[in-house]
Design a protein around this ligand. Structure first.
Ligand SMILES: [Ca+2]
Length: 140
């Protein structure tokens, strides 16, 4: 794919991401407080995606709702010294959206796709500890 094609895809995903934030945010805002997912509390709740440091959903966890253009700027919570960048081995996607994890920042390089409501206990040797950015694509 040429640069123009890649830019088109980036713009598309950026638009779709706005939809995700409003869909997931709306679902959370519309739920009762007892059901609301809390981003960044270290607990993987409904309508969140969760990134894990080790295989089998072990080690540090990052529970999120939004895109991450550069994982070098984001830490596992509550472990500020452990960055997400090049440090993800298992993933849960408990959302109606597809997640695309890229091997470089700003959605560059090869991407690993996580379909809606799926999980993988080990992304495999080719992808282990390689992800550096994350995009979200939701049905409109
Ligand atoms: Ca949470």
């Amino acid at each position: 794919m040429n640069e123009r094609g890649r830019n088109r895809i980036r713009r598309l995903f950026a638009a779709i991401t706005v939809t995700l934030v409003s869909v997931v945010g709306g679902a959370i805002a519309g739920g009762t407080p007892a059901n609301a997912a809390v981003r960044g509390n270290g607990i993987c709740e409904a309508l969140e995606y969760c990134l894990y440091q080790h295989a089998g959903f072990k080690g540090a966890v990052y529970d999120g709702l939004v895109i991450i253009p550069n994982m070098a700027n984001v830490s596992y919570m509550p472990l500020p010294n452990i960055r997400l960048n090049d440090s993800i081995t298992s993933i849960r996607n408990d959302t109606p959206c597809t997640f695309l994890l890229y091997i470089h920042a700003n959605y560059e390089g090869n991407s690993f796709h996580m379909p809606p409501y799926t999980e993988t206990p080990n992304v495999g040797a080719a992808w282990n500890d390689k992800f550096s950015s994350l995009l979200i694509a939701c049905p409109l």
